[in-house]
Write a protein of this length. Structure first.
Length: 247
């Protein structure tokens, strides 16, 4: 049986853990040639040990020169999966200028840098799929203590729609995924950093209508569809996968 991403070359950011790692593995299992990047070299080495066929590269996606140098070595990228993200906790009054700048650099400027490098390659081959990880905490829904995070994730939705519109005639699709709360190492870190970790865990679960967190593997399943030719008629859409939060 033919695999859904057979012969496709995909580039994934933040592939060392969480949604990025689950997607890298899922894409690999569906036959893709995977280029996995992350700022954390150790997590990439673990991924490489588990899946030797996956190509890894330490990369800080917020560094323009580093992104340009790495992407210049790649050819014929069919799928770009932008998963880099940082969650700042707090309201506008808890967000100083440094927090604001850092959140925008990580969550949206990094996406801008790498997409600008990969897009010309897709234009040249007249085909491509760009998938951006946004969040239900964005223009879709306001959540408490997610001021700058929600603002950056809303920006990703606008970013996605703009690229989808501008490059429609080049046969390049651009979609966003908006997860609800997902059980990832990043989520575990936020829970443990809370004043009362057990209560924080209960609160996160309570805001999910299904009564549980999502899994990174569930997000990766949606990513496979958007990366595959099965979704060739789908572009410019933000796909909520949130256990009912946006109902």
């Amino acid at each position: 049986m033919k695999k859904r991403l057979e012969k496709k070359k995909v580039l994934i950011t933040a592939a060392g853990q969480g949604i990025g790692k689950a997607t890298a593995i899922a894409f690999h299992n569906e036959g893709a040639t995977v280029y996995a990047t992350d700022i954390n070299e150790q997590t990439l080495k673990v991924l490489k040990k588990e899946y030797p066929e996956i190509n890894i590269q330490k990369l800080d996606s917020t560094k323009k020169a580093d992104v340009r140098k790495y992407c210049s070595q790649l050819n014929n990228i069919d799928v770009l999966f932008n998963a880099v993200g940082f969650v700042h906790h707090g309201t506008i009054l808890d967000c100083n200028e440094k927090d604001w700048d850092f959140s925008f650099d990580v969550n949206i400027k990094s996406m801008y840098f790498i997409t600008r490098e990969i897009l010309p390659k897709m234009i040249k081959q007249n085909k491509g799929s760009i998938i951006n990880v946004s969040s239900i905490a964005s223009s879709l829904k306001g959540l408490p203590n997610r001021f700058v995070y929600g603002t950056t994730k809303a920006a990703i939705i606008g970013f996605t729609k703009s690229i989808a519109s501008d490059y429609l005639k080049n046969n390049i699709r651009c979609n966003a995924i908006a997860p609800g709360t997902v059980h990832t190492p990043s989520w575990e870190e936020r829970v443990q950093a809370a004043a009362n970790p057990e209560q924080a865990k209960k609160d996160f679960i309570a805001r999910q209508p299904m009564g549980r967190l999502g899994t990174a593997e569930e997000i990766a399943t949606l990513a496979i569809y958007l990366a595959s030719d099965e979704s060739n008629f789908v572009t410019g859409i933000t796909h909520s996968i949130d256990g009912g939060m946006s109902i």
